[in-house]
Design a binder for this molecule. Sequence first.
Ligand SMILES: Cc1cc2nc3c(=O)[nH]c(=O)nc-3n(C[C@H](O)[C@H](O)[C@H](O)COP(=O)(O)O)c2cc1C
Length: 216
Amino acid sequence: MKLLHIDSSAMGAQSVSRELTRRTVAQWQDSHPGTVVEYLDLAADAPSHLDMDSLGFRLGLDADALTPAQKRENALTEQLLGQFLAADVVVVGAPMYNFSIPSQLKAWIDRVAQAGRTFTYTEKGPVGLAGGKTVIVASTRGGAYSANPALAFLDHQESYLKTVFGFFGITDVRFVRAEGVAMGEEAKRKAIAEADADIQAHAAEAANEGQAALRA
Ligand SMILES: Cc1cc2nc3c(=O)[nH]c(=O)nc-3n(C[C@H](O)[C@H](O)[C@H](O)COP(=O)(O)O)c2cc1C
């Protein structure tokens, strides 16, 4: 089984989501021995935002017509996309930044969201092409949103990730959630304890357990 471990917090050793992804991956390896892990630190090394170079893969041009910068960016996009498509399990550290996700994580999503590769449009509407994976999102927030209907509409972090991975055909999106981490030491301790319980719960079978076993 292949696991892609992604971090996107800019807070280094102080980051809660980095600690939660680390524990999630360790727990997964315990319950799925032999899992091969690849690591992507988007805070240290993020793809650029989409521009005329990095959008080369959408321009529909012959390889000869691409500039050297477009070819370089296309190769990076292809590498990120291949890594994502090959993964059976994706563990994503996703802090809430300004009600959404870090722009580095969005930049990665912009590279892997590709018509014909991760989704396609049909006469009946969009169809995801990257189904069968399990995605585990380590979601951290300073405030608390999930249990309060008056605040839940402010969440464009978990809801966005669920939407975009769902658009890729991934129906098994699990959340390891620590929220309210900026609401005092006691609230933070409780939030991390609850996230630890999520980690235990989510280390169960992967969505494609059967297929991964057959490939092994
Ligand atoms: C740039 C920035 C923006 C943030 N925006 C929000 C926000 O909109 N809502 C919220 O509840 N917390 C917000 N926070 C708090 C973080 O979500 C919280 O500190 C979380 O633990 C960050 O994850 P990390 O510890 O892995 O870095 C923000 C933090 C930073 C650094």
